[in-house]
Ligand binder design. Structure first.
Ligand code: AP5
Length: 220
């Protein structure tokens, strides 16, 4: 893959965007820019942005577009993003999608492809109820098949549930996705190359499907 490839990963909450992005980042050596991860870090650091975001994230609603677009502009211009990037969790509204297009035009960058991870809602609910994050190394795992007392398989740290994975917040996030984010798929289909992937398969199978699909953007 080209060292300057630029990909947007689109999908419902729990479709596997973060899981696949972490693997693709390693595979291709490009920046993984996750709006959810950035906002959680801002919350942990108790910044003004984090405090603004916390209200929305706790409820499962979206952080205002203006806040997100300002945050993304600086990320796309950062040295880390010079070798290419993979966006995860952005854009989530038509305003954000149009904002990304004008941001890229302004800085002379071009998107290679949008990748849509397709899963049905039952799978999403099941995955999110089992998702756990390691308190020490922040890696994401799933306790579906594990003992209740399980610890992080990578570092042995304690596993915690993301507050917005509580069932009532998950329901809200899925409703927000259907209302505001699904239409972004159509925007991408109309404006960019789009790769559709069946993300209901195992993690390894999805990664392999992505690798095969993204090979076409390899310009050594
Ligand atoms: P964000 O953190 O972006 O959450 P999300 O989009 O809802 O996505 P998730 O992180 O829940 O799921 P994922 O698709 O990454 O799945 P994962 O790989 O972890 O956003 C959180 C909040 O921040 C939003 O609600 C909003 O408030 C705010 N926000 C963020 N971006 C914003 C924006 N652009 N605009 C406005 N507000 C914004 O996988 C889930 C689980 O399934 C894991 O346990 C994993 O191990 C497991 N799993 C993954 N793949 C598979 C597989 N193939 N088979 C079996 N298990 C799997």
């Amino acid at each position: 893959m080209s060292a300057s490839v630029r990909i947007v990963l689109l999908g419902a909450p729990g479709s596997g965007k973060g899981t696949q992005a972490a693997l693709l980042k390693e595979m291709y050596g490009i920046a993984h820019i996750s709006t959810g991860d950035i906002l959680r870090q801002e919350m942990a650091d108790e910044t003004a942005l984090g405090q603004k975001a916390a209200v929305h994230m706790k409820e499962g609603t979206l952080v205002p577009d203006g806040v997100i677009l300002e945050m993304m502009e600086s990320r796309l211009l950062s040295p880390e993003a010079r070798r290419g990037w993979l966006l995860d969790g952005f854009p989530r509204t038509l305003t954000q999608a149009e904002g990304l297009a004008s941001l890229m035009e302004g800085i002379g960058q071009k998107l290679d492809a949008g990748v849509i991870l397709n899963v049905n809602p039952e799978i999403v609910v099941q995955r999110l109820s089992g998702r756990r994050v390691c308190e020490s190394c922040q890696s994401v795992t799933n306790v579906g098949e594990m003992r209740p007392s399980a610890v992080c398989p990578l570092c042995g740290g304690a596993l915690i549930m993301r507050p917005d994975d509580e069932p009532q917040v998950v329901r809200k996030r899925i409703a927000v996705f259907e209302d505001q984010t699904r239409k972004v798929f159509d925007y991408f289909r109309a404006n960019y190359d789009v790769v559709d992937v069946d993300a209901s398969r195992s993690i390894i199978e999805v990664t392999e499907a992505l690798r095969r699909a993204l090979d076409r953007y390899d310009h050594p």
